[in-house]
Design a protein around this ligand. Structure first.
Ligand code: SAH
Ligand code: SF4
Ligand code: F3S
Length: 472
């Protein structure tokens, strides 16, 4: 089994030069709010994207600040929270099936549903699962201390569903799951209106964090021993600093990369419409900025892109790809594709395949279109039958597998810097990522490599990873 990290707790006000670099657990500062629920425990199960993963880290911080402690497993927790996703039907079903596991079970546990499905379904969750006591969407997380206090004093159905907000979610303490790679949310919500997507309805309008808050957090993380920062947002590159400094995304990237102690900066997810030459120039000229852009295309057909309301054509997307390819530093590209959007013909689908071939992505996340509530595509005619969607998905994934296998083969013989994040004890192998986000499994005679930057010589390759040995 892969060895995972112990949990690190990073306190908002801890001094940048406080002890605790590389893995030591930082204690909450003396001036953290007084525990009010000493003895109670919590467990959070997280579904969905990295924004949700990081939200869970912050929600855990809210609970720690209230005196809760983490339980080892769901069964032991006094407060069980599901941080949910509703991007596709399957993701939503998974949550309801989890909730169903508590049906008829006698326990004294408080169960809460937070995140995107909570926002989407609202009070309906209490109807479908009456044993749930808390329903809260991410735009209301600032109210969590108050909502949890209400539960503690006997509240039975507590809700936070206000979506109309211009604030972001800040916490006194963040309980981070990884000791070397830390997430920082820089922008929440989404102002696009892609016709298939629930996110604007589940996360609310776009709001950016002031650049000083982002930079202070990056400095604090560097002081606590983190060396890789991942900036997060649904449309991370539409970042627009609300403070008087008014930094744009490329300027913020350069400043985060300049924080002493930070060796790698990543960001996700970029919207093609907001990808500027300045961002590419920043990556090209700043080695700390990782040479990887995740740039979801969704479809290779301009007609489907229009119906998806993606705000760009195939040609405009490809033009931005040509800017990236013109950089002096090779920049790795990954994307998301949806197959079987309503009205997608065999010819449209073929355009998605040719786009993959033209761009030559290093990774593709591909999805079968799933109709969602509150979206305009949900009621569009000309649905593609399920078996045909599955067939297209399989064809696309196979084509991409071949493309990746060929790309990865070129890396054999090269040497890459790797941040080690996993130990596969049974295989006596270590694993980590290159700056271009490729996974390298490698052997080394050394011990305790977690969190180290090593040089690996690539000896073999597969479609999804590289294999190598540490260069000593
Ligand atoms: N903010 C990101 C995407 C977030 S959702 C962006 O704009 O690109 C992650 C991915 O899920 C999307 O890129 C899309 O490929 C997929 N997705 C979203 N809604 C979907 C739906 N209704 N059916 C299938 N896939 C969907
Ligand atoms: Fe969804 Fe589109 Fe916003 Fe991405 S940009 S989160 S796909 S609405
Ligand atoms: Fe899912 Fe919400 Fe993320 S719908 S993908 S958890 S923004």
């Amino acid at each position: 089994m892969a060895k995972t990290f112990d949990v690190a707790i990073e306190a908002l006000e801890s001094s940048p030069d406080a002890p605790g670099a590389s893995g030591e657990i930082l204690a909450a500062p003396a001036r953290a709010p007084l525990p009010v629920a000493a003895g109670k425990s919590f467990f959070i199960e997280t579904f969905g994207c990295q924004m949700n993963v990081h939200d869970s880290e912050k929600v855990a911080g809210v609970l720690l600040a209230r005196g809760y402690h983490p339980a080892d497993k769901a069964a032991d927790a006094d407060l069980m929270l599901y941080n949910t996703c509703s991007i596709r039907e399957k993701a939503a079903q998974k949550v309801f099936s989890r909730l169903g596991e508590w049906r008829g079970v006698t326990h004294s546990k408080t169960i809460g549903v937070i995140g995107c499905l909570a926002q989407q379904e609202g009070e309906e969750i209490f109807e479908r699962a009456p044993w749930v006591s808390l329903v809260c969407g991410s735009a209301s997380y600032r109210r969590l201390p108050e909502l949890v206090a209400e539960l503690e004093s006997g509240g039975k159905r507590v809700m936070g569903l206000d979506l109309d907000t211009d604030e972001t979610f800040e916490t006194e303490i963040t309980r981070r799951d990884n000791r070397f790679r830390a997430y920082i949310t820089i922008i929440e919500g989404c102002d696009y209106a892609c016709s298939y997507c629930v996110v604007p309805h589940t996360r609310g309008p776009e709001r950016s964090r002031p650049s000083d808050a982002v930079l202070n957090e990056a400095r604090r993380l560097a002081g606590a021993g983190y060396t890789e920062i991942q900036l997060l947002g649904q449309t991370v590159n539409s970042y627009c600093d609300p403070s008087s400094r008014a930094l744009n995304f490329s300027q913020l990237l350069r400043e985060v990369a300049g924080v002493s102690g930070i060796r790698r900066v990543r960001f996700t997810t970029s919207h093609p419409n907001d990808l500027t030459r300045e961002i590419i120039d920043a990556i090209d000229s700043t080695p700390v900025l990782c040479d990887h852009i995740h740039l979801p295309v969704q479809s290779g057909s301009t007609r489907i892109l229009r119906d998806m309301r993606r705000t760009y054509t195939r040609e405009q997307y490809l033009e931005k790809i040509s800017w990236i390819r013109a950089a002096s530093r090779p920049i790795s590209l990954t994307t998301d594709v949806i197959v079987g959007f309503p009205g997608e013909t065999a010819a449209d689908f073929e355009e998605s395949i040719t786009l993959l071939e033209t761009v030559g992505y290093d990774g593709v996340f591909s999805f079968s279109y799933s109709p969602r509530p509150n979206t305009s595509a949900g009621s569009m005619p000309d649905a593609v039958p399920e078996p045909e969607k599955s067939r297209r998905l399989a064809v696309l994934q196979e084509r991409q597998r071949q493309i990746q296998a060929a790309r990865n083969e070129k890396a054999v013989g090269e040497t890459h810097g790797v941040l080690v994040d996993t130990h596969h004890a049974s295989r006596n192998q270590w694993a980590g990522r290159t700056t271009s986000n490729r996974i390298v499994n490698f052997t080394s005679p050394r011990q305790n490599l977690l969190g180290e930057y090593i040089q690996a010589r690539i000896t073999r390759s597969g479609p999804f990873s590289l294999i190598g040995e540490e260069l000593l």
